[in-house]
Design a protein around this ligand. Structure first.
Ligand code: CA2
Length: 145
């Protein structure tokens, strides 16, 4: 039988991870994190697929497709769209996917404009402030759902 699938969606600028602002976001690249998630997923008995886009509508399309594909859960680091995107909020609500919000940093300890999370209004959980480890903790929680 196919293993439950966990989709990891990353938003704008996260392709730059590991190359700039390591004091905020750490030294790991997104490929490093994706490899670790895939390996841990195999141990947990889930399939993990990681993607990144700089485009809001692509994230919306991927959520719609995830619903059609019967994805078990989604880890979503929507980057700055976290704080601006009613479209993502609507997509999470409309698809009724189990979405766990993920952040490398803790947006609530940063600039006030990062304190509002539209993603958080529909996500079932949030893991933040642990650097790359935020994704690993979120994966454990998603696999246990
Ligand atoms: O802490 C997080 O994971 C964030 O989602 C990262 C977003 C930020 O807008 C959110 O408030 C919190 C920014 C991602 C930008 O990624 C970069 C990576 C390396 C260098 C520069 C930006």
């Amino acid at each position: 039988m196919a293993r439950p699938k966990i989709l990891v969606l990353n938003g704008p600028n996260l392709n730059l991870l590991g190359t700039r602002e390591p004091e905020i976001y750490g030294h790991d690249t997104l490929d490093d994190i994706a490899a670790r998630l895939t390996a841990r997923g195999a141990e947990l008995g889930v399939e993990v697929e990681s993607r990144q886009t700089n485009h809001e509508g692509v994230l919306v399309d991927w959520l719609h497709q995830a619903r059609r594909d019967g994805v078990h859960a989604v880890l979503l680091n929507a980057g700055a769209y976290t704080h601006t995107s009613i479209a993502l909020l609507d997509a999470i609500k409309a698809t009724q996917l189990k979405v766990i919000e993920v952040h490398l940093s803790d947006p609530e300890t940063r600039e006030p404009f990062r304190h509002l999370s539209y993603v958080g209004m529909a996500a079932i959980d949030c893991v933040k402030g642990l650097g790359a480890q935020s994704y690993m903790v979120a994966l454990e929680r998603a696999a246990a759902l």
